[in-house]
Design a protein around this ligand. Structure first.
Ligand code: NAP
Length: 368
């Protein structure tokens, strides 16, 4: 028998509460698995290599009765999130032992991935608008993953959901023009760092905010023209200094959106990608926008999106263009690595709180 440790979702945090290790998130080292003989029932057995702690996982801890764009975790079961796995055994025709896969997987060392009637495990190169459905957020085979010569972590970062979110949102909603100005909040995040680079490739001027000096330097290294630390300089003063702005890409929400409403030029657009600053706050304690009159006076557009809205339109280009731009050195990413599944609960909490070090958080569970 082989040890099969997991991270269990033990209790829902209260509204506004961050999850705590040992209470809401429990590392359980007791399960074991017989890798050679565990029944697959038509599915396949995977070994987890990389897990990706992501802000949306806090949303999936919420009470199932509240309105949301995503499903909730099951209390008592392992957390589920994006990850990279390798197939050890398979009874499914379209999945072979030795293949690498990316998508939603439980936070455990080994998983029997169930057979799902009718589901085709897409090869990522075959993704095209007509083949996409929500099942594509499930694991898919990535034929090029091992051969690309990139660290596996890159595939959970710029080549994974954060990169995909930035790409589809940028291509679908930004209407980039050379010389125009975009402001990106949380510019050192997985999503934000990609938006900065896409904007620079289009010749835009980029203002970007983040919460540490190390992140400011990271954003500068990606090409941001005016990166600033919002803990040292207010959003208002940075935007007054470097604005006005033609587009606002918001990963944060609350106060920064208020400041951006002032800096946006008439008939321009704020793209609402994330609300991490208010995600964890109960409604009564949330920052209240003061400048909403400007939405009318300047005819501003506030456009929220979630990644599946735009995937069908842009997934084909993402899987071709982004790996090529990464290989050419025109796009890059940094990952903030945590080693060991036993440290995954804290890595998720640090992701939700924000950490000093730049880069997309990833947990390396196993190297091979
Ligand atoms: N719309 C979609 O479909 C979609 C898909 C994926 C992600 N998202 C959203 O995109 C955003 C970035 O995601 P990611 O995966 O790239 O994140 P990430 O790499 O994990 O980075 C998250 C960053 O958010 C910042 N942050 C945390 N609390 C904050 C606060 N109270 N105020 C300001 N900044 C705070 C922190 O950076 P600082 O040190 O700079 O504060 C933190 O490092 C999140 O809001 C996420 O929910 C949306």
């Amino acid at each position: 028998m082989t040890s099969n440790p997991r991270v269990v979702f033990a209790e829902r945090p209260a509204y506004g509460e961050l999850p705590a290790v040992g209470k809401h998130l429990i590392f359980d080292s007791s399960p074991t698995i017989d890798l050679d003989n565990v029944p697959l029932n038509g599915g396949f057995l995977t070994k987890t290599l990389i897990l990706s702690p992501e802000p949306a996982m806090r949303e999936r801890m919420r009470d199932p009765s509240s309105v949301s764009y995503t499903t909730t975790f099951v209390v008592g079961a392992p957390l589920i999130g994006f990850g990279i796995v390798v197939v050890l055994r398979s009874e499914k025709d379209d999945v072979k032992a030795g293949e690498y896969m990316y998508g939603m997987t439980p936070w455990e060392a080994y998983t029997v991935q169930p057979y799902v009637e009718g589901r085709v495990e897409f090869k990522s190169e075959e993704w095209a608008p007509e083949t996409f459905d929500m099942d594509s957020l499930a694991l898919r085979v990535v034929p090029s993953l091992k051969d690309a010569g990139l660290p596996l972590t890159t595939h959970a970062s710029i080549l994974g959901t954060p990169g995909l979110t930035a790409f589809v949102g940028f291509e679908g909603l930004v209407e980039a023009k050379a010389g125009s100005t975009i402001f990106v909040s949380s510019g050192a995040s997985g999503v934000g760092s990609m938006v900065i680079q896409l904007a620079k490739l289009k010749g835009m001027k980029v203002i970007a905010s983040a919460g540490s000096d190390a992140k400011v330097e990271y954003m500068r290294s990606l090409g941001a023209d005016f990166p600033f630390n919002y803990k040292k300089q207010s959003y208002e003063s940075a935007l007054a200094q470097h604005g006005p702005i033609n587009v606002f890409w918001d990963n944060v929400g609350g106060e920064v959106l208020d400041a951006a409403l002032v800096a946006l030029v008439p008939r321009s657009r704020a793209i609402i990608c994330g609300v991490i600053a208010i995600d964890n706050a109960p409604p009564t304690e949330r920052y209240r926008l003061k400048n909403t009159d400007l939405i009318l006076k300047k005819r501003l557009e506030l456009r929220g999106f979630i990644v599946p809205d735009l995937i069908p339109q842009f997934i084909g280009r993402f899987v071709v263009e982004v790996p090529m731009l990464v290989a050419q050195g025109k796009l890059r990413s940094v990952e903030c690595v945590t080693e060991g599944i036993e440290n995954a609960p804290q890595a998720l909490i640090d992701t939700l709180k924000g950490r000093e070090a730049p880069g997309k958080p990833v947990v390396v569970v196993a190297k091979e």
